[in-house]
Each structure stands twice: as C-alpha cells, then as structure tokens.
Design a protein around this ligand. Structure first.
Ligand SMILES: [Cu+2]
Length: 170
C-alpha cells in the first residue's frame, strides 16, 4: 500500500473538515491543553486531550494519547484503531513487571457508563506501528477510532513537544 506523504495530507484534509463540524458540538468540552487540541463527540462519548508525541528519525512506532468520557448509561469499548500514518494501530497497556515496563496489546478497552478513561503516557495508549514517516511537532496525525456501540470516528492528534523527562502526566 503506497502511503506517501501526499496520501497522508489528503486524508488529513478530509479529517480537518470533519473536525470543524464536530467542534460545533463540543461546546461543553473542558480543554486544559494548548488550544491546538481537538475535541470530538460521538454519540454519548466525548474524546479530548488528544495528542501524539514526536518520534526520532527512523522510529517505527509512535504513541497517541487521549481521554474518552462516556456520558451514557451503558458501557462502551474501544475495539479498534487505524491510521493513514501507520501500517497498523494497536491499543496498548503498560504495566511494570519487576523493573521493566511492558507493553501489551489489548483487544478491547472498557469505557464504563458515566466514566472516563485516559490513555496517557505510562498507561494505556494508542500505538502506531510501522510509521510511514517520523512524527514532528505540529503534525496532525489522522486516526480512526472504532467503538463497539458508538461506531467509528475520525480524529486528529496534534504532535506536541514532550514537556519533561517523565513525559506528560495528568
Ligand atoms: Cu505501545
């Protein structure tokens, strides 16, 4: 599959127009990150605090981070993700095993009724595997998230600089 930068740009442009429409419905979103961050609403789900991290040249993987709130009465699940910027996208958990941080792919991430789940560095994250190009600060990474109940939504994660040696923490 040819995934050149031209394809990425075209996909991003499509998603930007969707984001502009979605933003109109996200008036109640609480935004604590820089104004570049995007917010999305999908059914009872709100997605915000969405960002990615820059990657060094030659890196094959990159991380996307976000918070998902579920205002509904029923549990939902994040079950899949894909991106034009990577060959595949996985939902990962990170856990300490002894002194080692281990990443594991999870098949479905529960979003409890009335609850919220943060995918942040050091915990759950969306992992881009097989990056088509390095992620640079300011890039917009298009990601399609699929939920068991709410369906799919195209979102954009802005690549933000790392704020400290420990990475971003909420
Ligand atoms: Cu990972």
């Amino acid at each position: 599959m040819p995934a050149g930068s031209r394809r990425c740009a075209a996909a991003a442009a499509r998603v930007i127009s969707l984001a502009a429409r979605t933003a109109a419905f996200a008036a109640f979103a609480l935004v604590s990150l820089p104004s570049l961050a995007h917010d999305y609403t999908l059914g009872t789900l709100k997605i915000d605090r969405l960002y990615a991290r820059p990657t060094p040249p030659g890196a094959r993987t990159g991380g996307v981070y976000l918070t998902i709130r579920n205002a509904g009465q029923a549990r939902d699940q994040l079950v899949a993700a894909k991106s034009a910027a990577a060959q595949s996208v996985e939902i990962h958990s990170m856990q300490m095993q002894g002194n080692l941080m281990k990443m594991r792919a999870v098949r479905a991430l529960d979003i409890p009724a009335g609850g919220e789940v943060t995918l942040g560095s050091g915990g759950y994250h969306v992992m881009l595997v097989g990056l088509s190009h390095p992620l640079a600060v300011g890039d917009e990474v298009p990601v399609t998230l699929t939920f068991a109940k709410a369906g799919s939504i195209d979102v954009l994660a802005t690549v933000e600089p790392v704020q400290s040696a420990d990475g971003h923490k909420h």
